[in-house]
Design a protein around this ligand. Structure first.
Ligand SMILES: [Mg+2]
Length: 359
Protein backbone atom coordinates (compact mmCIF):
# COMPACT_ATOMS: atom_id res chain seq x y z
CA UNK A 1 0.00 0.00 0.00
CA UNK A 2 2.82 2.30 1.04
CA UNK A 3 4.67 1.40 -2.15
CA UNK A 4 1.58 2.21 -4.23
CA UNK A 5 1.20 5.53 -2.55
CA UNK A 6 4.86 6.37 -3.15
CA UNK A 7 4.68 5.42 -6.80
CA UNK A 8 1.46 7.41 -7.17
CA UNK A 9 3.12 10.39 -5.59
CA UNK A 10 6.09 10.03 -7.91
CA UNK A 11 3.92 9.75 -11.01
CA UNK A 12 1.89 12.79 -9.99
CA UNK A 13 5.09 14.70 -9.39
CA UNK A 14 6.23 13.74 -12.86
CA UNK A 15 2.89 14.81 -14.30
CA UNK A 16 3.20 18.12 -12.52
CA UNK A 17 6.69 18.69 -13.86
CA UNK A 18 5.67 17.65 -17.38
CA UNK A 19 2.60 19.84 -17.51
CA UNK A 20 4.54 22.71 -16.02
CA UNK A 21 7.18 22.19 -18.67
CA UNK A 22 4.69 22.04 -21.55
CA UNK A 23 2.07 24.51 -20.43
CA UNK A 24 3.45 26.96 -17.99
CA UNK A 25 4.48 29.35 -16.99
CA UNK A 26 2.96 30.89 -20.07
CA UNK A 27 3.64 34.37 -21.27
CA UNK A 28 2.39 36.17 -24.32
CA UNK A 29 3.76 39.27 -25.89
CA UNK A 30 2.30 42.72 -26.44
CA UNK A 31 0.34 44.36 -23.69
CA UNK A 32 2.29 42.83 -20.84
CA UNK A 33 2.83 39.30 -19.77
CA UNK A 34 0.41 36.81 -18.40
CA UNK A 35 1.75 34.06 -16.22
CA UNK A 36 -0.18 31.09 -15.04
CA UNK A 37 0.71 27.69 -13.72
CA UNK A 38 -1.34 24.65 -14.54
CA UNK A 39 -0.90 21.44 -12.62
CA UNK A 40 -2.64 18.12 -12.34
CA UNK A 41 -2.70 16.31 -9.04
CA UNK A 42 -4.75 13.32 -8.04
CA UNK A 43 -7.06 13.75 -11.01
CA UNK A 44 -7.69 17.38 -10.15
CA UNK A 45 -6.46 20.11 -12.41
CA UNK A 46 -5.59 23.45 -10.86
CA UNK A 47 -4.96 26.77 -12.46
CA UNK A 48 -3.05 29.31 -10.44
CA UNK A 49 -2.98 32.87 -11.63
CA UNK A 50 -1.17 35.85 -10.25
CA UNK A 51 -2.59 36.69 -6.85
CA UNK A 52 -5.84 34.79 -7.30
CA UNK A 53 -7.44 31.77 -5.73
CA UNK A 54 -6.59 28.55 -7.56
CA UNK A 55 -9.31 27.18 -9.82
CA UNK A 56 -9.70 23.43 -9.72
CA UNK A 57 -11.36 20.99 -12.06
CA UNK A 58 -11.80 17.23 -12.05
CA UNK A 59 -10.08 15.59 -14.99
CA UNK A 60 -10.50 12.06 -16.18
CA UNK A 61 -9.85 10.05 -19.32
CA UNK A 62 -13.09 11.16 -20.95
CA UNK A 63 -12.37 14.82 -20.63
CA UNK A 64 -10.21 17.17 -22.53
CA UNK A 65 -9.33 20.53 -21.13
CA UNK A 66 -8.93 23.59 -23.27
CA UNK A 67 -7.19 26.60 -21.81
CA UNK A 68 -7.82 30.07 -23.05
CA UNK A 69 -5.32 32.72 -22.09
CA UNK A 70 -6.37 36.24 -22.90
CA UNK A 71 -4.66 39.25 -21.43
CA UNK A 72 -4.63 38.49 -17.75
CA UNK A 73 -7.55 36.10 -18.05
CA UNK A 74 -7.34 32.33 -18.16
CA UNK A 75 -10.41 30.26 -18.84
CA UNK A 76 -10.75 26.54 -19.23
CA UNK A 77 -13.40 24.49 -20.96
CA UNK A 78 -13.90 20.77 -21.29
CA UNK A 79 -14.98 18.68 -24.22
CA UNK A 80 -16.16 15.09 -24.03
CA UNK A 81 -14.72 12.20 -25.98
CA UNK A 82 -13.69 12.81 -29.52
CA UNK A 83 -11.76 15.51 -31.24
CA UNK A 84 -11.52 18.71 -29.26
CA UNK A 85 -11.55 21.85 -31.31
CA UNK A 86 -8.24 23.53 -31.73
CA UNK A 87 -8.82 27.21 -31.39
CA UNK A 88 -6.60 30.16 -31.84
CA UNK A 89 -6.95 33.82 -32.54
CA UNK A 90 -4.82 36.89 -32.59
CA UNK A 91 -5.79 37.81 -29.05
CA UNK A 92 -5.27 34.56 -27.23
CA UNK A 93 -3.34 31.37 -27.17
CA UNK A 94 -4.99 28.05 -26.47
CA UNK A 95 -3.43 24.83 -25.38
CA UNK A 96 -5.32 21.57 -25.22
CA UNK A 97 -4.23 19.34 -22.38
CA UNK A 98 -5.30 15.72 -22.37
CA UNK A 99 -5.47 13.51 -19.33
CA UNK A 100 -4.32 9.99 -20.14
CA UNK A 101 -5.96 7.74 -17.59
CA UNK A 102 -3.77 4.77 -18.46
CA UNK A 103 -0.50 6.62 -18.23
CA UNK A 104 -1.87 8.77 -15.39
CA UNK A 105 -0.34 11.71 -17.15
CA UNK A 106 -1.44 14.92 -18.75
CA UNK A 107 0.04 16.10 -21.97
CA UNK A 108 -0.50 18.99 -24.33
CA UNK A 109 -2.40 17.90 -27.39
CA UNK A 110 -0.10 18.14 -30.37
CA UNK A 111 2.00 20.93 -28.91
CA UNK A 112 3.62 21.38 -32.31
CA UNK A 113 0.55 23.07 -33.65
CA UNK A 114 0.20 26.80 -33.55
CA UNK A 115 0.65 27.16 -29.84
CA UNK A 116 2.57 30.29 -29.20
CA UNK A 117 2.20 33.93 -29.93
CA UNK A 118 5.40 33.92 -31.98
CA UNK A 119 4.15 31.09 -34.16
CA UNK A 120 0.86 32.89 -34.73
CA UNK A 121 2.56 36.04 -35.87
CA UNK A 122 4.75 34.00 -38.19
CA UNK A 123 1.64 32.30 -39.59
CA UNK A 124 -0.02 35.65 -40.22
CA UNK A 125 3.01 36.96 -42.09
CA UNK A 126 3.25 33.74 -44.06
CA UNK A 127 -0.44 33.85 -44.96
CA UNK A 128 -0.04 37.46 -46.09
CA UNK A 129 2.90 36.41 -48.25
CA UNK A 130 0.71 33.77 -49.89
CA UNK A 131 -1.62 36.63 -50.84
CA UNK A 132 1.19 38.83 -52.14
CA UNK A 133 1.84 39.85 -55.72
CA UNK A 134 5.15 38.00 -55.44
CA UNK A 135 3.31 34.76 -54.66
CA UNK A 136 0.95 35.33 -57.59
CA UNK A 137 3.95 35.71 -59.85
CA UNK A 138 5.29 32.39 -58.54
CA UNK A 139 2.01 30.65 -59.37
CA UNK A 140 1.83 32.09 -62.88
CA UNK A 141 5.48 31.23 -63.39
CA UNK A 142 4.97 27.64 -62.23
CA UNK A 143 1.92 27.03 -64.43
CA UNK A 144 3.66 28.65 -67.40
CA UNK A 145 6.58 26.30 -66.89
CA UNK A 146 4.22 23.35 -66.45
CA UNK A 147 2.55 24.22 -69.76
CA UNK A 148 5.92 24.40 -71.50
CA UNK A 149 7.01 21.04 -70.09
CA UNK A 150 3.67 19.45 -70.93
CA UNK A 151 3.94 20.65 -74.55
CA UNK A 152 7.44 19.16 -74.75
CA UNK A 153 6.14 15.84 -73.41
CA UNK A 154 3.33 15.88 -75.98
CA UNK A 155 5.86 16.31 -78.78
CA UNK A 156 7.80 13.27 -77.57
CA UNK A 157 4.72 11.11 -77.00
CA UNK A 158 4.94 7.62 -78.51
CA UNK A 159 1.91 6.09 -80.24
CA UNK A 160 -0.37 4.37 -77.73
CA UNK A 161 1.01 6.22 -74.73
CA UNK A 162 -1.44 7.71 -72.24
CA UNK A 163 -0.04 10.85 -70.68
CA UNK A 164 -1.04 12.03 -67.24
CA UNK A 165 -0.43 14.93 -64.88
CA UNK A 166 -0.64 14.36 -61.11
CA UNK A 167 -1.43 17.35 -58.91
CA UNK A 168 -1.87 17.92 -55.22
CA UNK A 169 -4.95 20.03 -54.45
CA UNK A 170 -4.44 22.28 -51.42
CA UNK A 171 -2.10 25.21 -52.00
CA UNK A 172 -1.12 23.78 -55.36
CA UNK A 173 -4.42 24.17 -57.26
CA UNK A 174 -6.71 25.58 -54.58
CA UNK A 175 -5.82 28.42 -52.22
CA UNK A 176 -5.91 27.41 -48.55
CA UNK A 177 -5.13 30.83 -47.19
CA UNK A 178 -8.79 31.57 -46.42
CA UNK A 179 -8.82 28.65 -43.99
CA UNK A 180 -5.60 29.84 -42.37
CA UNK A 181 -7.19 33.27 -42.00
CA UNK A 182 -10.18 31.68 -40.24
CA UNK A 183 -8.03 29.60 -37.90
CA UNK A 184 -5.96 32.60 -36.96
CA UNK A 185 -9.10 34.53 -36.06
CA UNK A 186 -10.82 32.23 -33.62
CA UNK A 187 -11.55 29.53 -36.17
CA UNK A 188 -11.20 25.85 -35.52
CA UNK A 189 -8.53 23.48 -36.78
CA UNK A 190 -10.84 20.59 -37.55
CA UNK A 191 -12.03 18.75 -40.63
CA UNK A 192 -15.54 20.10 -40.02
CA UNK A 193 -14.28 23.68 -40.04
CA UNK A 194 -12.13 22.96 -43.08
CA UNK A 195 -15.18 21.53 -44.86
CA UNK A 196 -17.16 24.71 -44.15
CA UNK A 197 -14.29 26.77 -45.44
CA UNK A 198 -13.98 24.71 -48.63
CA UNK A 199 -17.72 25.00 -49.20
CA UNK A 200 -17.65 28.78 -48.88
CA UNK A 201 -17.14 31.36 -51.60
CA UNK A 202 -13.74 32.12 -50.04
CA UNK A 203 -12.37 28.89 -51.48
CA UNK A 204 -10.77 29.86 -54.77
CA UNK A 205 -8.42 28.32 -57.31
CA UNK A 206 -4.85 29.59 -57.49
CA UNK A 207 -3.78 31.73 -60.45
CA UNK A 208 -3.36 29.59 -63.58
CA UNK A 209 -4.55 26.32 -61.99
CA UNK A 210 -7.91 25.83 -63.72
CA UNK A 211 -6.53 26.93 -67.07
CA UNK A 212 -3.59 24.54 -66.91
CA UNK A 213 -5.55 21.46 -65.84
CA UNK A 214 -8.11 22.07 -68.61
CA UNK A 215 -5.31 22.62 -71.13
CA UNK A 216 -3.91 19.17 -70.29
CA UNK A 217 -7.29 17.49 -70.75
CA UNK A 218 -8.04 19.43 -73.95
CA UNK A 219 -4.81 18.01 -75.38
CA UNK A 220 -6.03 14.46 -74.73
CA UNK A 221 -4.12 13.66 -71.53
CA UNK A 222 -5.53 12.87 -68.09
CA UNK A 223 -5.26 14.69 -64.80
CA UNK A 224 -5.23 13.02 -61.39
CA UNK A 225 -5.68 14.76 -58.06
CA UNK A 226 -3.74 13.17 -55.18
CA UNK A 227 -4.68 14.82 -51.91
CA UNK A 228 -4.42 14.06 -48.21
CA UNK A 229 -7.84 15.50 -47.57
CA UNK A 230 -9.92 13.43 -45.16
CA UNK A 231 -12.71 11.15 -46.50
CA UNK A 232 -15.23 13.42 -44.74
CA UNK A 233 -14.26 16.07 -47.29
CA UNK A 234 -14.94 13.89 -50.32
CA UNK A 235 -18.29 15.36 -51.30
CA UNK A 236 -17.28 18.99 -50.82
CA UNK A 237 -14.12 18.28 -52.81
CA UNK A 238 -16.07 16.95 -55.81
CA UNK A 239 -18.62 19.72 -55.58
CA UNK A 240 -16.25 22.66 -55.25
CA UNK A 241 -13.59 21.40 -57.66
CA UNK A 242 -16.28 21.03 -60.33
CA UNK A 243 -17.77 24.43 -59.50
CA UNK A 244 -14.35 26.05 -59.84
CA UNK A 245 -14.02 24.53 -63.30
CA UNK A 246 -11.44 21.79 -62.77
CA UNK A 247 -11.76 18.87 -65.21
CA UNK A 248 -12.07 15.12 -64.51
CA UNK A 249 -13.51 15.61 -61.06
CA UNK A 250 -14.66 12.08 -60.24
CA UNK A 251 -13.78 8.99 -58.23
CA UNK A 252 -11.46 7.71 -60.90
CA UNK A 253 -9.32 10.83 -60.89
CA UNK A 254 -9.41 12.09 -57.29
CA UNK A 255 -7.38 10.09 -54.77
CA UNK A 256 -8.25 11.13 -51.25
CA UNK A 257 -6.34 9.86 -48.22
CA UNK A 258 -8.72 7.09 -47.23
CA UNK A 259 -9.18 6.04 -43.61
CA UNK A 260 -6.14 4.14 -42.34
CA UNK A 261 -4.01 5.22 -45.27
CA UNK A 262 -0.55 6.64 -44.58
CA UNK A 263 0.14 10.26 -45.49
CA UNK A 264 2.56 9.00 -48.16
CA UNK A 265 1.19 9.48 -51.66
CA UNK A 266 3.48 6.84 -53.20
CA UNK A 267 0.86 4.09 -53.63
CA UNK A 268 -1.62 6.53 -55.16
CA UNK A 269 0.98 7.83 -57.59
CA UNK A 270 1.86 4.21 -58.45
CA UNK A 271 -1.82 3.51 -59.21
CA UNK A 272 -1.75 6.26 -61.84
CA UNK A 273 1.61 5.11 -63.22
CA UNK A 274 0.25 1.62 -63.81
CA UNK A 275 -1.37 2.59 -67.09
CA UNK A 276 -0.22 6.16 -67.66
CA UNK A 277 3.01 7.91 -68.40
CA UNK A 278 3.19 10.59 -65.72
CA UNK A 279 4.83 13.58 -67.35
CA UNK A 280 4.36 16.12 -64.57
CA UNK A 281 3.81 16.16 -60.82
CA UNK A 282 2.63 19.40 -59.17
CA UNK A 283 2.79 20.08 -55.44
CA UNK A 284 3.64 22.47 -52.63
CA UNK A 285 5.21 19.88 -50.32
CA UNK A 286 8.04 17.44 -51.06
CA UNK A 287 5.79 14.56 -50.07
CA UNK A 288 3.69 15.38 -53.15
CA UNK A 289 6.55 14.24 -55.39
CA UNK A 290 8.33 11.26 -53.84
CA UNK A 291 9.01 9.50 -50.57
CA UNK A 292 12.58 10.70 -50.43
CA UNK A 293 12.23 13.42 -47.83
CA UNK A 294 11.29 12.06 -44.37
CA UNK A 295 10.70 14.88 -41.91
CA UNK A 296 12.23 12.92 -39.04
CA UNK A 297 15.61 12.94 -40.74
CA UNK A 298 15.73 16.69 -40.48
CA UNK A 299 16.51 19.64 -42.69
CA UNK A 300 19.98 18.59 -43.91
CA UNK A 301 18.84 15.21 -45.21
CA UNK A 302 15.88 16.73 -47.04
CA UNK A 303 18.06 19.38 -48.66
CA UNK A 304 20.51 16.69 -49.79
CA UNK A 305 17.64 14.59 -51.18
CA UNK A 306 16.34 17.57 -53.17
CA UNK A 307 19.83 18.19 -54.54
CA UNK A 308 20.22 14.53 -55.49
CA UNK A 309 17.38 14.88 -58.01
CA UNK A 310 18.09 18.46 -59.00
CA UNK A 311 17.30 17.88 -62.68
CA UNK A 312 13.70 16.91 -61.86
CA UNK A 313 12.78 20.36 -60.55
CA UNK A 314 11.15 22.41 -63.24
CA UNK A 315 11.09 19.38 -65.55
CA UNK A 316 8.91 16.59 -64.18
CA UNK A 317 8.39 18.12 -60.75
CA UNK A 318 6.86 21.60 -60.42
CA UNK A 319 7.03 23.00 -56.89
CA UNK A 320 4.67 25.73 -55.69
CA UNK A 321 5.45 28.08 -52.80
CA UNK A 322 3.85 27.56 -49.40
CA UNK A 323 5.30 29.54 -46.51
CA UNK A 324 2.36 28.82 -44.18
CA UNK A 325 2.83 25.13 -43.44
CA UNK A 326 4.38 21.96 -44.77
CA UNK A 327 6.92 19.28 -44.04
CA UNK A 328 9.66 21.93 -44.25
CA UNK A 329 8.43 23.20 -40.89
CA UNK A 330 8.13 19.79 -39.23
CA UNK A 331 11.64 18.86 -40.39
CA UNK A 332 13.12 21.70 -38.33
CA UNK A 333 12.32 19.81 -35.13
CA UNK A 334 12.26 16.39 -36.79
CA UNK A 335 8.57 16.15 -36.01
CA UNK A 336 9.33 15.49 -32.37
CA UNK A 337 5.94 16.16 -30.80
CA UNK A 338 7.34 16.24 -27.28
CA UNK A 339 9.22 19.47 -27.93
CA UNK A 340 7.89 22.65 -26.36
CA UNK A 341 7.42 25.87 -28.37
CA UNK A 342 10.58 27.17 -26.72
CA UNK A 343 12.58 24.10 -27.81
CA UNK A 344 11.22 24.41 -31.33
CA UNK A 345 12.30 28.04 -31.40
CA UNK A 346 15.79 26.97 -30.36
CA UNK A 347 15.81 24.46 -33.23
CA UNK A 348 14.76 27.20 -35.64
CA UNK A 349 17.53 29.52 -34.51
CA UNK A 350 20.03 26.66 -34.76
CA UNK A 351 19.02 26.04 -38.38
CA UNK A 352 19.33 29.75 -39.16
CA UNK A 353 22.83 29.84 -37.72
CA UNK A 354 23.84 26.57 -39.35
CA UNK A 355 23.06 27.88 -42.81
CA UNK A 356 24.30 31.40 -42.20
CA UNK A 357 27.50 30.79 -44.15
CA UNK A 358 26.58 27.63 -46.01
CA UNK A 359 24.01 27.39 -48.75
MG1 LIG B 1 -0.70 20.86 -50.64
Amino acid sequence: MEKRRTSRFLSLALVFLFVLCVVGPVSIGQGGSNVCTICVEDGVLSILRDGREPETYAVDGAQRATFRIQGDKVTVSFAGNGEAPFRQSYEFVDLDVVWDDVAKAAYAKDPLRISSYVDREQKIDAALWQLSAEARACFWQSFNLATLRFDQALEKMEPGEKLAVIADIDDTLVDGVMYTADVLQDGEWTNAAFRDSLASDACLPLPGAVEFMNYVVDKGASVFYVTNRDPSLREVTYLRMAEMGFPMVDEEHIFIRETGMASSKESRRAAVEKDHKVVLVLGDNLEDFADLFPVKEGVDARRDAVDSIRDEWGRTFIMFPNAVYGDWEKAIYRYDKTKTPQQRMQDKIAILNQYKYTR
